[in-house]
Write a protein that binds this ligand. Sequence first.
Ligand code: XMP
Length: 327
Amino acid sequence: MATDRRPENMERIATPAQAEAFIEEQVAEIRGQVGDKKVLLALSGGVDSSVVAALLIKAIGQQLVCVHVNHGLLRKGEPEQVIEVFRNQMKANLVYVDATDRFLDKLAGVDDPETKRKIIGGEFIEVFAEEARKQDGIEFLAQGTIWPDILESENGIKAHHNAGGLPEDMKFELVEPVRILFKDEVRVVGEALGLPHSMVYRQPFPGPGLGVRCPGAITRDRLEAVRESDAILREEFEKNGLAGKVWQYFTVVPDFKSTGIKDDKRAFEWCCIVRAINTTDVMTATVENISYDLMCHITDRITHEVPGINRVLYDFTPKPTGTVEYE
Ligand code: XMP
């Protein structure tokens, strides 16, 4: 690839005009690299893979095969948004795989956090590889690698999270059109490509998804309580102007029940924990000061609208001592 490394003097992409110039350059480069061959992409709906998908659709259209694996641990509305934006609006060649049962069956009864992560990661690669094998003539694998990923793996901070993973016999040449960009630049390019603002500016979401916010062994009913309470929290943050301001916010529903009252009857149900943090580098984090009135309103909605929840708690713990996620 011509632009393998970020040129020292490269200007930070911040305006639509700069984004357009980058897009034009990349489209030509992708066409030159790929020719008339097919490219495979695991499209999670996260910022980086979505921008890579939009760039490749612009460059090579139907030669791109996007695979969206729904592991059943996505937030409310996410798989639907991926289908709407990429299949319906952008007319992408999108394979949608609902693997919810497969993942949840494998996770049943598993309460160790690291084992849960390994199962989710391993199963993801298996499902993706199965779909890849069904496709004829794929020669390239597209990835949403960005510049900090490259720097961090070169400096030994973390293994480049996109690299590898697929079985030995599946060797593809990589297409990494945003590898010289910083995250903020990826977002500007995504908006210029016509992706929805909510997709391009969404908060970080871990690969194991809601699985790490359902501490202990995941059950379908408790997972649903996490998903529904998270949707309410997001809706209230959007309505109250906190969505673009608070760095990351979500709910957690641990495997613990307490006594309460609903409809004049004893209700022995879970509690829902609200987490809302601010940070710059995620190495440390502070807790957002959500107003008392808003917390009361969120509590009222979650305890009345989400089956199985009778209490809402607010996590006041900064990082350290707490990590952002619970597992
Ligand atoms: P912690 O919990 O380590 O989280 O304080 C720091 C940031 O990383 C995100 N996170 C993950 N992201 N895969 C990911 O892609 C993961 O396994 C994972 N675990 C944590 C977390 O949401 C927070 O933004």
